[in-house]
Design a protein around this ligand. Structure first.
Ligand code: ADP
Ligand code: MN
Ligand code: MN
Ligand code: MN
Ligand code: MN
Length: 357
């Protein structure tokens, strides 16, 4: 930990002051570099739904989302969450971004994802995403808990580790998990990962557009919680070169047909259709994913498609229990930790469900 001094006890005094009926709404959006931004607006009354919330705007020239001469970008409220930082009636508002002429901003992938999810709503697509990430020491810029000079002991004892010297940053993980549950993000579990300072949490199952919404909001919460601990978060797919596991966003997927008795047939059909568009999938499965999908460290190689039951070296894995029960879901292991989940869930649905001729 750095020379950072926490003012939390002092802040508590102010945070317990009466808001006099006002509500603080934190508008959150995705910027031009796949990061999150937010700013706060005071509302005079609690908001019950997204329709109660005004549109807003920001300076897109400061976020890589517009040119300087016409830089207003519009924020349209899209999904509502409880605010675990301010508590009470205060809210987090996930927004879509639009240009002055009403077209979606080039960074707004939710807009097109929603269209896809609407067209295939009858299939009831569910997703579960396993978000892997690395906590980063803000002073050394090395993974959190790594020695100042040199490297920690090789991988082996850290995955699902217990005890000092094996896990780094559990407080942050615990705080984030609870913040997700409070906010209404469907976080379904957490575990320490293979590299020291690396963690995973799962979000899902979520239906349709909710997967992208909940995953983005979970990342916002993670960055905010880690900020309180003066620790940074990296979702780069290969945060440390060498014999250290990269980071992914395994995307688990099912439709109503896959979840029914005999659904394995629909799962195999989806895998066959997805295999035909491997390169198109890889194109939206994250920047620098080639550094991670080497065919080593529990990955399939980026250049070829493969699948198998219980195979963690394949592009797509059918979990053992799914093969046994003959129904369930598939796991696409290709997406990197830095994906835009709107792009990934949209292409999976399109590839697997579009009619073929
Ligand atoms: P792994 O064994 O690959 O580490 P995890 O337990 O980390 O698996 O993650 C499994 C994910 O699959 C969870 O996010 C869970 O919500 C999701 N999941 C479970 N059932 C389904 C389903 N029918 N459709 C889609 N996702 C599902
Ligand atoms: Mn200003
Ligand atoms: Mn997992
Ligand atoms: Mn994992
Ligand atoms: Mn997995």
């Amino acid at each position: 930990m750095s020379a950072y001094r926490s003012y939390a006890p002092l802040l508590d005094k102010y945070m317990s002051l009466d808001q006099k009926g006002n509500v603080q709404a934190e508008y959150v959006w995705i910027d031009g570099a796949n990061n999150l931004r937010s700013k706060t607006k005071t509302l005079s009354a609690p908001a019950k739904s997204i329709d109660d919330l005004p549109e807003w705007n920001f300076d897109g020239s400061s976020t890589g989302q517009s040119e300087g001469h016409d830089s207003d970008v519009l924020l349209k409220p899209a999904a509502l969450y409880a605010d675990p930082f301010r508590g009470g009636d205060n809210i987090l508002v996930l927004c879509e971004t639009y240009n002055p002429d009403g077209t979606p901003n080039m960074t707004n992938y939710r807009h097109s994802c929603r269209k896809v999810m609407d067209s295939y709503a009858d299939a009831h697509p569910w997703f579960g995403i396993e978000q892997e990430y690395m906590l980063i020491d803000v002073d050394t810029l090395k993974p959190y808990g790594w020695p100042k000079g040199g490297f920690p002991e090789p991988q082996g004892k850290y995955y699902c580790g217990v005890g000092a010297g094996k896990v780094f940053g559990r407080d942050i993980v615990e705080a984030h998990y609870r913040a997700c549950l409070y906010a209404g993000v469907n976080c379904s579990g957490v575990n320490a990962e293979v590299a020291p300072g690396q963690w995973e949490y799962q979000v899902g199952p979520c239906e349709g557009i909710t997967m992208g919404d909940d995953l983005w909001m979970s990342r916002y919460l993670l960055n905010r919680v880690a900020e309180d601990f003066d620790v940074a978060v990296s979702i780069h797919p290969k945060p440390v070169a060498g014999d250290w596991n990269g980071a992914g966003c395994h995307t688990n997927y099912s439709t109503a047909a896959m979840r029914e008795e005999g659904g394995i047939k629909a799962i195999e059909d989806a895998i066959n259709k997805m295999s035909l568009r491997h390169n198109e999938h890889i194109a939206v499965y994250g920047e620098d994913n080639d550094l991670r999908l080497t065919g080593r460290h529990e990955t399939g190689h980026i250049g070829s498609f493969s699948y198998g039951v219980a195979n963690r070296g394949a592009s797509i894995r059918i979990p053992r229990h799914v093969a046994k029960e003959g129904k369930g879901y598939l796991e696409d292991r290709r997406p990197a930790s830095n994906i835009d989940p709107y792009r990934v869930t949209a292409i999976i649905v399109e590839s697997s469900l579009a009619p073929t001729n």
